[in-house]
Design a protein around this ligand. Structure first.
Ligand code: MTE
Ligand code: MO
Length: 361
């Protein structure tokens, strides 16, 4: 049983492929330690020999490249970004309480974590390859073979050229100033800050500039289908393909089902809005959403990270529902209920964070 160097109290959804999230209370640090960072895999984790590994850059480029890790280190400046990765399936468990989602992991709020990623800028590698004007999407292919895909294939994804050439997108070989661990994509992974985790392809082998989005199974697979669609028969165009992460928040402490003394209680969590939105305000309720207290919100470590928040409530004796909701910089607020956002694959649960606690005198 290989836990891939993770802490002993991870919530393990599957051992093979390895899917695990930390308990919510372990996510209170701005930067998540490597042993606490969630793991999300669609196939067996490959062990790659770095010495013989090469990255291929091809497609709509003037000069196709084949680069070793040393080539990347020597020929491009080192860059870092602090960025939160979040799986599109984060907080699926709350959707499943409303209506079942067969065959998908019941992720709690921990399918999200933040690291300092270091490597080289994807934009600079594309410039070196001579990216052509007709290229509209940059596709990434990993080295892992997923049996979940139809037909079985390596994991892949793409992002539009505009995002791929923005300065925050990295090809990373280091995580929190340590060598990138095997489980997180060594020797090299893509990091697409502000976009769903599925676009940050691990064990990167190939970058292809192309006119159309990736036809990899997981590109269309990570989409929001209409409520009554059958995910097994849905066609690639049936869903809304996920890219930037929508406004989201979670309560980290206290945890669901906690028993607490009635009276003053500190509630802590994080909020996150991807791409060009920022979190403007977080509110917390100790009475199921009738009255609200404004939370104290941290300044983000970078434009690409979550923000922790905390609020002090006075809770009555008895069972209580704690609720948190975030507003973003366009004054959009999270939807109230999981029913609003439920979708057949359980992605993008942007609804209010809710959990029940029991308070005693
Ligand atoms: N890349 C490859 N090659 N294979 C995968 O299964 N999973 C994706 C993405 N990159 C995946 C991948 C998904 S769905 C997420 S949410 C993130 O990696 C998770 O990254 P982590 O395991 O480093 O936390
Ligand atoms: Mo994911």
């Amino acid at each position: 049983m290989d836990m891939w160097g993770k802490r002993g109290d991870m919530v393990v959804h599957d051992m093979e492929p390895f899917n695990a999230e930390p308990p919510p209370g372990a996510l209170l640090d701005r930067i998540t330690p490597v042993d606490t960072f969630y793991g999300r895999n669609h196939g067996p984790i490959p062990r790659i020999d770095t010495a013989s590994w090469r990255l291929r850059v091809d497609g709509l480029v003037d000069r196709p490249l084949e680069l070793s890790l040393d080539d990347l280190r020597d020929r491009f400046p080192r860059q870092s970004v602090v960025a939160t990765l979040q799986c599109a399936g984060n907080r699926r468990a709350d959707l499943m309480r409303f209506r079942d989602i067969p065959g998908q992991q019941p992720w709690g709020p921990g399918a999200t974590s933040t690291a300092r990623w270091s490597g080289v800028s994807l934009a600079q590698v594309l410039t070196e390859a001579g990216l052509r004007g007709e290229a509209a999407h940059i596709a990434f292919t990993g080295a892992d073979l997923s049996q979940e895909a139809r037909p079985p294939q390596p994991f892949g994804a793409s992002v539009p050229v505009g995002k791929a050439t923005s300065e925050e997108v990295l090809l990373a070989w280091a995580m929190n100033d340590q060598a990138l661990p095997t489980a997180h994509g060594a020797p090299l992974r893509v990091v697409v800050p502000g976009w769903i985790g599925a676009r940050s392809v691990k064990w990167l082998q190939r970058i292809t500039a192309q006119a159309r989005p990736s036809d990899n199974w997981f590109q269309a697979g990570y989409s929001v289908l209409p409520p009554e669609a059958d995910p097994h028969t849905a066609a690639p165009g049936d869903g809304i393909t996920l890219g930037p992460i929508a406004l989201h928040c979670a309560i980290l402490r206290p945890e669901h089902g906690a028993r607490l003394p009635a009276g003053p209680t500190r509630v802590t969590g994080f909020a996150f809005a991807g791409e060009d939105r920022t979190v403007a305000r977080v509110e917390v309720s100790g009475d199921g959403g009738t009255t609200w207290v404004r939370a104290d919100l941290d300044v983000p470590e970078s434009p690409w990270t979550w923000q922790h928040w905390r609020a002090d409530l006075t809770l009555p004796a008895g069972g209580t529902e704690l609720v948190a909701r975030a507003w973003d910089s366009t004054a959009a607020v999270q939807p109230e209920s999981a029913a609003t956002v439920w979708n057949p694959k359980g992605y993008a649960n942007t609804s209010w964070a809710r959990l029940r606690v029991a308070c005693h005198r």
